[in-house]
Design a protein around this ligand. Structure first.
Ligand code: C2E
Ligand code: CA
Ligand code: CA
Ligand code: CA
Length: 275
């Protein structure tokens, strides 16, 4: 992208340009990559703060690219949102989670699995109808993680669609809370049962002066709104201990488990490795 500096000199930021072109080129490859079986999911457990039980799992998409190797979603999700590939990607994710949940159930592990729903999809009537149909037909326990930013863009239609999801029994979690644009006016209107505190507040919890105050007041706010609270990005025993004292309900992070493939996740549950 070209930008004119204050001195009137045209500069070219190559690093930015590279990332932007790269992401949209990758996103355009997604439909073929899905058809070729290059995408796969990893699961990261959410456990209750006492580490007695796994209360759910989050599905995170990964791409085994034939040339570039492992690609994480940060490299292609936002371009896929812009280019429209996010619809097919998310429907693929949904179907894959449903299939994987059958495997978990066959091993005696029954819990909701949450998938990330991009904000743009909350404005897409076709996506919402198809996602509802798939979830209803499957009888699977699927939850959706959504960000508040998604709602702020087009509140009426987003809230209406979220109410549709909630009405058919899809639990909703507000993701990345505190990281983006937040509005308490929307927060109280959302039919969400869970609030996830963004990892940027959790990762510095025991080394910052302010983050503990922010986290504690967010936990209290969520509880006042009758939502359960998950802290993501829990990396240390000290953070876990502090979250426990603050009354946080659930934790997720590298301390508990990194995101892992389905077979490893089933083993993790079999062995009760979270305890
Ligand atoms: P997110 O929903 O906030 O997911 C949490 C991210 O934090 C994941 O990165 C996860 O691997 C990472 N993480 C988990 N625990 C820790 C920890 O203790 N410390 C640190 N430093 N990081 C931790 P990942 O898998 O790279 O995903 C990045 C983002 O991509 C996700 O952020 C989510 O917004 C998006 N994403 C992933 N899968 C999908 C998908 O299927 N559809 C859509 N629309 N977005 C997805
Ligand atoms: Ca998430
Ligand atoms: Ca998050
Ligand atoms: Ca342990």
């Amino acid at each position: 992208e070209q930008a004119r500096s204050e001195a009137g000199i045209v500069t070219l930021d190559l690093s930015q340009t590279h990332v932007a072109f790269d992401g949209s080129a990758l996103a355009r490859e997604l439909p073929r990559a899905i058809a070729a079986g290059q995408l796969f999911l990893q699961y990261q457990p959410k456990v209750n703060v006492r580490q007695e039980a796994v209360t759910g799992a989050e599905a995170l998409v990964r791409w085994h690219h034939p040339v570039r190797g492992l690609i994480l979603p940060g490299e292609f999700i936002s371009a896929a949102e812009d280019g429209g590939e996010i619809v097919g990607l998310t429907l693929w994710t949904l179907r894959q989670v449903i299939a994987d949940q059958q495997v978990m159930r066959a091993h005696g592990h029954d819990m909701p699995v949450f998938i990330n729903i991009s904000g743009v999809l909350l404005a897409d009537d076709g996506f919402v109808a198809e996602a509802c149909r798939i979830v209803r037909d499957s009888g699977a326990r699927i939850g959706f993680e959504i960000t508040e930013t998604a709602v702020i863009r087009d509140p009426e239609s987003a809230i209406r669609h979220l109410q549709t999801f909630a009405a058919i029994g899809i639990p909703l979690a507000i993701d990345d809370y505190g990281a983006g644009l937040s509005s308490l006016a929307y927060l109280k209107q959302l039919p969400a049962s869970e609030l996830k505190i963004d990892k940027m507040f959790v990762m510095q919890l025991t080394s910052s002066n302010r983050d503990p105050l922010i986290v504690r007041s967010t936990i209290d706010l969520a509880h006042a709104l009758e939502m359960e609270v998950t802290a993501e990005g829990v990396e240390t025993p000290a953070a876990l201990a502090l979250l426990s004292v603050m009354g946080c309900d659930m934790v997720q992070g590298y301390l508990i488990s990194r995101p892992i493939a389905l077979d490893a996740f089933v083993r993790y549950l079999d062995e009760e490795s979270y305890k």
